[in-house]
Design a protein. Structure first.
Length: 405
């Protein structure tokens, strides 16, 4: 096969997988813009409204690991099709409910469908994408997910200008049907991960694999990274206002710069991962330390308002560029045929980490120590690098102990 058709095939696979990943993230954030409307229509508390997102996210995180086991055993494509269809139809079905408790039930069902996406996507990419394109494929996967987060609130807001909330949810939910149709139509190019040969199956598997020091170190790496990232997103605007009296407009521009940089950085990291596959840990360390330095400068140095968004953009770009190599490092540490369960388990650290940080950092602000928030974020990133180094060292040691094929 010539390089051109092979590259085109890789991009087609990324488009199919990425569209489902886009919807996965889109559906997570298409509901909060409706909270005020739901509160008025159903007469429920804000806590009950928050339970919608909590149930969807919690179900997704809790089921990713068991789904990963099923993906590894029975193949990823049936789960990808079924999961995408379930999460989309669950969102559409919310358009017809008359009592709020059914929205909670459908949020759980959508979370069940959503839990399939990470283990199935990574298993398919491992079996379908050329090795030299893996970094860019992972980068595009992350990029489409972030794009789903970014576009969900404005899309719902625009739809609400021309129709009521029920119609808006019906429309966005039904978007999943052509996506499922495209996956089925193009399923011949989606291949499962390679299954292990018996001669190479001497290492740990199943629960023992997930409890191994290597995978637990990767889990800690992902968890701490997510804790730091969510702390930055949740509290940057507040911290800048309290520490430096930064106007909300400028602080919001800084947050936008950070998130845009982090999103675009995934593509940079994917390109580097394919170009310099052997230097990934060094690349991750250099960029993370640079991001740490920028975070500390923002927290400790009074900066001109025009500089702040630019510096935040640079910090987000550095951190975002380190994320795709992290995923490639994890893939390299996965034994053959085990990618679904490993990515399902380790990537569950991302929503868990995002849920842990906002409350204690908010508590610091309540106590009158907003200047400590960004140093804590920087410290979490530094700690994540210790686990990254440990994970890479353990993975290499384990690879040396594997019998030669």
């Amino acid at each position: 096969m010539s390089p051109e058709p092979s590259a085109a095939r890789d991009y087609r696979i990324c488009a199919l997988i990425g569209t489902g990943h886009f919807l996965s993230h889109f559906y997570m954030l298409c509901l909060p813009p409706l909270f005020l409307v739901w509160r008025e229509e159903f007469g429920v508390s804000y806590a009950m409204l928050g339970a919608v997102v909590a149930l969807m996210g919690g179900t997704t995180a809790a089921l990713q690991t068991p789904v990963g086991f099923w993906v590894d055993r029975w193949g990823a494509k049936p789960f990808l099709v079924g999961g995408t269809l379930l999460m989309a139809l669950s969102i559409s079905a919310m358009a017809f409910v008359q009592e709020f408790h059914w929205i909670l039930v459908l949020a759980v069902l959508s979370g069940i469908g959503n839990s399939v996406i990470h283990p199935a996507d990574y298993a398919i990419m491992a079996g379908s994408i050329r090795k030299e394109f893996t970094g860019r494929a992972f980068a595009l996967h992350t990029f489409t997910g972030n794009l789903g987060f970014a576009l969900a609130p404005p899309t719902i807001a625009l739809l609400m200008l021309v129709m009521e909330w029920r119609g808006a949810l019906l429309v966005v939910g039904l978007l999943g049907l052509p996506v499922v149709g495209a996956i089925l139509w193009q399923s011949r190019i989606l291949h499962d991960q390679a299954k292990p040969r018996k001669a190479a199956a001497d290492g740990p598997s199943g629960v023992a694999l997930l409890a191994s020091p290597t995978i637990l170190a990767f889990f800690a790496f992902f968890l701490l990274s997510a804790m730091a990232g969510q702390g930055m997103i949740a509290w940057l605007v507040t911290v800048l206002g309290k520490v430096w009296d930064t106007p909300i407009a400028i602080a919001s521009m800084a947050l936008t710069g950070w998130t845009v940089g982090a999103t675009m950085g995934t593509l940079v990291g994917g390109w580097w991962a394919d170009k310099k596959n052997s230097d990934l840990l060094l690349f991750v360390a250099i960029l993370t330390f640079t991001a740490i330095g920028i975070i500390l400068v923002i927290g400790f140095v009074p900066l001109p308002e025009v500089v702040l968004p630019v510096l935040a953009l640079a910090g987000g770009l550095c951190l975002g560029s380190s994320r795709t190599p992290r995923d490639v490092m994890l893939k390299s540490a996965c034994p053959p045929g085990q990618i679904g369960k490993v990515f399902g388990f380790v990537s569950a650290g991302l929503p868990l980490g995002g849920a842990i940080t906002p409350i204690p950092l908010g508590w610091l602000i309540d106590l009158g120590y907003p200047m400590l928030v960004l140093p804590v974020v920087a410290g979490l990133l530094a700690l994540s690098l210790l686990f990254a180094g440990g994970a890479r060292s353990l993975a290499r040691s384990q690879a040396r102990l594997q019998p030669a094929e």
